[in-house]
Design a protein around this ligand. Structure first.
Ligand SMILES: *Cc1c(COP(=O)(O)O)cnc(C)c1O
Length: 816
């Protein structure tokens, strides 16, 4: 985009004057951030309006991505890169006495998600806009996003994430497009003006949904798509009567309850919360979004709703928005007057469902009484969907009652949301090849046999605009200098780097860039946490949500093992290694928090031990989030992807590391399998039980952790250190529980259900291979370059192209 510096500076000047009554010289860094964002919005808004016009003029289908989470991170640098004006803005800032890095640090992360699922949604939006595809996001404008994590005395402290403390310069509030959503009440039959019987809900609580639009700026294109986030508001929440009676709390009680719906993101990555508020949140944003889609359909095409699936396809990101299926039935029948069969024929062409996990505890189920009291009309519709579904199953499997029970939407007093999604949707996809196979063969086997044509795989990806160009400017510049531009929108072009593997000059520069990134990360951790790390050590990184299946415990056990080894014999040769962790634990997940404490306690123990200090280092990087990931990943050399095989659906962190030249140390799980397919086993460090081996052990109940403890004294010693006083008294009970969970099993669960002990030996050996390979820097760098060169298929541009062709059937629309 051609924008001259003086005009841009003038936009900055005007914003500072109008919003703050200040001149440039008086403005704070935050004022400058706000003004630069506002100045870029001048250009974004032109394109945004042009995009809306182009889409309105095009009768083609549009895609709406419904997701309870969008883990967007910061927008400033991303938007400047995508507009193509980053360098110009840097110059402008220098001229007015500011540094872009300090200005970008003023922006809080939009942390409206927990982890991978929410970040995927954000990467998808970036690819959709860049590829000029008509695809928009719908979600919730959480007033408080993912909590801010502090570590105090080796404990996780959660602080509210007040990301909207200053007004968000990117969002546009669209009060004119507010819609009402009804919660609770009673279902009643009425006769409408045409004399037809219809259901309606009386005495419901009315929640107003107010949209806030965020622009999604495509890279090097005019397309600007929309992320529409709903804020909950109570139109009649304030009771002046009560206030005048000095009952101040009761006066705003109703308003507060309504506004609770968009107050806070559930900080929960796996387990179902089973909370009424969460179901209300889901219904709230889903109903508002579908009403919005219907309004826009009617505005453009009238009321021939059979055409609706030609206008809109809806992707359901996990089960959180699955209530969309019965809600669309309700809207078509109760609001638009269609019959059941007509409505069902429409609905079943509109919705596609993505499954993100096979962890049993994460499959959403709602108790019938809760569901029916919060959304009584939706409950009736789900019952009717299930009744008809049961009829169909009876025809198919007349003698298999058990199978029909397994395939019931309503069973054992619960509504099973994944089953509802499969019955009402036209597509079910997993997020990596292995994951989709496990769904088809195991978790969803009954369903796959029922409708095999509905099942498909869409391996996740990440956007190279953020995860390479923005996060790693050094490597990006080297790539462009070597193979030219174009990789920013076609990552398969990185293949052209491969011949340079044999070019010593290229390898040298590649290594210098990595080294420079390590120095920068060291400086950042020094500044923010006061920890000192050595850029001459191996940077071995595991950053992701804290979960037992991701096995941070295995990682820290290995560190403890090395610590013991060095303490026993400080004369042995061992290269310097820095183990970097970053992870938030869900607030109610006690064992995950204990693992954080263990990592932190071991870090302290190493620092206090002169025999290992300076040779081993553990850092727990606080408050892992998108912005921190952007700093850590480009500096990583070893990418720890060590989940219990079969448990990590895909992983996307693994792809970001690969793109930035870190080597994968991982199990054959999720998308690691496809990474290995690309680079070959010799360019990764693969270890551990396979998903099949684990399934076999589970089937025979033959797993015995004592076998592994008995045959490896070094492992037994590490495990014993959890309870032998090594870590003092403070975490005695917490670490004892970790010990028990491994050795005996806790609360009826089997011991070591994530196979930490079973995989320990293989993990140690894989690390030894890492260390010996690292000693030969030429070999290491060759491997790293091959990883970058072959990371092309892990762009979300590839993922989105597959969704667009196979599921959504949408085409690019040129914006003039
Ligand atoms: C990519 C990303 C994730 C997902 O990481 P996995 O290793 O795939 O679990 C989680 N959180 C943040 C902030 C991310 O950027």
């Amino acid at each position: 985009m051609n924008i001259d510096k003086e005009t841009f500076k003038e936009h900055i000047r005007l914003r500072l004057k109008r919003r703050y009554g200040k001149e440039i010289a008086e403005a704070s860094r935050h004022d400058i951030f706000d003004a630069v964002a506002a100045a870029s919005m001048e250009y974004i808004l032109d394109n945004w309006m042009a995009t809306r016009k182009a889409f309105d003029a095009n009768p083609g289908r549009q895609m709406f991505y419904l997701s309870a989470e969008f883990l967007m991170g910061r927008a400033l640098t991303n938007n400047l890169i995508n507009l193509g004006i980053l360098d110009m803005v840097k110059e402008v800032l220098t001229e007015i006495g500011h540094d872009i890095n300090e200005i970008e640090d003023q922006e809080p992360d939009a942390g409206l998600g927990n982890g991978g699922l929410g970040r995927l949604a954000a990467c998808f939006l970036d690819s959709l806009a860049t590829m000029n595809l008509p695809g928009h996001g719908y979600g919730i404008r959480y007033r408080y996003g993912m909590f801010e994590q502090k570590i105090e005395h080796c404990r996780q402290i959660e602080k509210p994430d007040n990301w909207l403390e200053h007004r968000d310069p990117w969002e546009i509030k669209r009060s004119d497009l507010a819609v009402d959503v009804k919660i609770g009440g009673e279902v009643t039959l009425i006769v409408d003006e045409q004399g037809r019987e219809r259901f309606t809900v009386k005495n419901a609580e009315i929640i107003r949904a107010i949209p806030h639009d965020m622009p999604i700026v495509g890279y090097n294109t005019k397309t600007v798509n929309t992320l529409r986030l709903w804020e909950a508001y109570s139109p009649d929440g304030f009771n002046l009567q009560l206030f005048n009676d000095m009952q101040y709390l009761r006066a705003v009680e109703k308003a507060n309850q309504a506004e609770d719906l968009s107050r806070v993101l559930y900080p929960n990555d796996s387990g179902p919360s089973g909370k009424a508020l969460r179901l209300k949140q889901q219904y709230f944003f889903v109903s508002a979004s579908l009403q919005d889609i219907l309004r826009s359909f009617k505005h453009r095409f009238g009321t021939n709703f059979t055409k609706l699936p030609d206008f809109a396809v809806v992707q359901l990101n996990d089960t959180h928005p699955v209530v969309a299926i019965p809600e669309m039935m309700r809207l078509l029948m109760d609001e638009e007057g269609l019959g059941w069969d007509e409505s069902w024929a429409i609905v079943t062409k509109m919705f596609a469902y993505t499954n993100h996990t096979i962890l049993a505890e994460a499959l959403e189920k709602w108790p019938l009484d809760l569901f029916s009291s919060i959304i009584p009309r939706i409950y009736n519709i789900v019952e009717e969907i299930d009744r008809r579904h049961q009829e169909a199953l009876k025809q198919l499997y007349p003698n298999d009652w058990e199978r029909r029970h397994r395939m019931s939407i309503i069973a054992d007093g619960m509504i099973h949301m994944a089953r509802l999604a499969i019955v009402g949707g036209f597509s079910v996809n997993g997020v990596a090849a292995l994951h989709t196979e496990i769904l088809k063969k195991r978790e969803l086997r009954d369903w796959y046999e029922w409708k095999p044509q509905n099942f498909n795989n869409k391996t996740n990806g990440v956007t190279q605009r953020r995860w390479l160009k923005l996060a790693n400017p050094g490597l990006s510049a080297l790539i462009t200098e070597t193979i030219g531009t174009g990789w920013e929108t076609d990552l398969s072009k990185l293949k052209a780097l491969e011949p340079y593997v044999e070019d010593p000059q290229f390898r040298k520069r590649f290594a210098e860039i990595k080294r420079n990134n390590k120095v920068q990360l060291a400086a950042y951790l020094q500044k923010t946490q006061g920890v000192t790390i050595d850029p001459d050590s191996i940077f071995d990184v595991q950053v992701k949500r804290l979960h037992e299946y991701k096995r941070q415990l295995l990682n820290i056990f290995h560190v403890m093992y090395l610590h013991n080894k060095l303490a026993d014999d400080p004369t042995i040769e061992m290269p310097k290694q820095t183990f970097i962790f970053g992870a938030k634990a869900a607030s109610g997940y006690r064992r995950a928090k204990s693992i954080i404490s263990l990592i932190c306690a071991e870090a302290a123990r190493i620092d206090a031990d002169p025999r290992v200090k300076g040779r081993l280092k553990v850092v727990f990087a606080e408050n892992y989030r998108v912005t921190l990931a952007e700093k850590i990943i480009p500096a990583a050399e070893v990418s720890e992807q060590i989940s219990t095989a079969g448990k990590e659906a895909s992983g996307t962190g693994n792809m970001k590391f690969m793109m930035n030249g870190a080597l994968t140390l991982g199990t054959m799980d999720g998308a690691n399998v496809e990474i290995v397919q690309e680079v070959g086993r010799k360019n990764a460090f693969i270890f551990g039980l396979t998903a099949e081996e684990i399934a076999a052990v589970e089937a025979t109940h033959s797993y015995d952790p004592h076998l592994y403890l008995g045959r490896n004294p070094a492992l037994a010693r590490v495990v014993h250190q959890l309870v032998d006083g090594t870590f003092g008294h403070e975490f005695q009970a917490a670490f004892k529980e970790l010990y028990d969970s491994l050795v005996h099993g806790v609360d009826g669960s089997r011991p070591d259900s994530y196979y930490v002990l079973a995989d320990f030996d293989a993990y140690v050996q894989a690390h030894e291979k890492v260390v010996s390979t690292y000693a030969d820097q030429d070999t290491w760098n060759k491997m790293a370059i091959i990883n970058v060169a072959r990371s092309g298929i892990f762009s979300t541009d590839r993922t989105i192209a597959e969704y667009a062709n196979d599921i959504w059937k949408i085409k690019p629309i040129a914006v003039k």
